[in-house]
Design a protein around this ligand. Structure first.
Ligand SMILES: [Zn+2]
Length: 309
């Protein structure tokens, strides 16, 4: 499982950073890619990656500000033009209004898509668990921005223990239906009377990963709740140390506040994005250095950077 950052800038694109979008690549797990936000130019960034647009099965939108959604009509239209590729349906999750934005853009531009889009809109009253699949559960909670904005907590379900086939063979279990029984946790007795306890041959279940991806926000308890014990927290850092007041006025956070959230939530790793174009490269290393005084395992991400989870 990887996160690839497609746009890490705040508000408007710059030469180094495009506006918000990131891809959660779940190729090994479910052979799908989930996109979080889709700022203008996201499809151009995708061209520089190995991501195939038809693998994007779900798009999650944090809020309706333009730098997070203006790339949707273009991406959705281009996704239809994939010669020789099977058309696959798509789900879009986001605040109320996202459906009307997408459908209006497609209608007035005369765009017709050969695949279906299923919209899942929510408001303050309908947050909580917004998706449950065989392998993942996704929760959303309201953050504190200048318009309705959410953060997402993506929880992979625990992974079943695996069968130790070599050890079974060594114990004299013939390959065949007995393997299946043991894999299902059933104890068996071999022809020679040997008892085989399934638990001795199955590794313990491994806990699933937790990924927290937040939209734009002031520091708020909801961020901490969404991030509790996460393997990775992706948090905005529109402002730097000392700019707490201006951050508050604009509905954003500083690197220090992001680090405090990471610390309070007990996450493993903090990735800072939504970086203002005002910051030069020396400022970026300062952003990291300052944040690290509060939470050590912090990194400021770049466009197209890939992070393994
Ligand atoms: Zn915003």
């Amino acid at each position: 499982m990887d996160i690839q950052f497609l746009g890490t800038g705040a508000g408007q694109p710059s030469k180094a950073r495009n506006v918000s979008s990131l891809a959660l690549k779940l190729l090994d797990e479910i052979n799908e890619v989930w996109l979080f936000d889709c700022g203008e130019g996201t499809q151009n960034r995708i061209l520089e990656t190995t991501i195939r647009p038809r693998k994007v099965s779900k798009i999650f939108i944090t809020h309706l500000h333009g730098d997070h959604i203006f790339g949707l009509p273009g991406f959705l239209s281009s996704r239809a033009f994939q010669a020789n590729e099977e058309q696959t349906d798509l789900d879009i999750y986001g605040p109320q209004g996202i459906k009307s934005f997408v459908l209006t853009s497609l209608r007035v531009s005369g765009s017709r898509l050969p695949y279906r889009i299923y919209f899942h809109e929510f408001d303050q009253a309908s947050l909580g668990k917004i998706l449950e699949t065989e392998k993942f559960t996704v929760y959303a909670e309201e953050l504190d921005h200048t318009i309705f904005c959410v953060g997402y907590r993506i929880m992979q379900k625990d992974l079943e223990g695996t069968l130790d086939a070599e050890k079974l063979k060594a114990a004299g279990v013939p390959f065949g239906p007995l393997f299946g029984k043991i894999k299902n946790g059933q104890d068996v007795v071999l022809e020679d009377g040997t008892e085989i306890k399934a638990a001795d041959y199955i590794s313990a279940p491994r806990p699933g990963k937790i990924i927290t991806i937040l939209g734009d926000t002031r520091k708020t308890n909801a961020s901490v709740r969404l991030a509790v014990n996460a393997d990775v927290l992706v948090h905005e850092s529109t402002y730097g140390k000392g700019d707490e007041k201006i951050a508050r006025n604009h509905g954003h956070s500083t690197n220090m506040q992001a680090a405090q959230v990471a610390e309070e939530a007990g996450v493993k790793r903090l990735l800072l994005n939504h970086i203002s174009a005002r910051f030069l490269s020396k400022d970026i290393s300062q952003l990291k250095k300052d944040a690290a005084t509060v939470f050590e395992n912090v990194h400021v991400v770049k466009d197209l950077e890939e992070v393994e989870i």
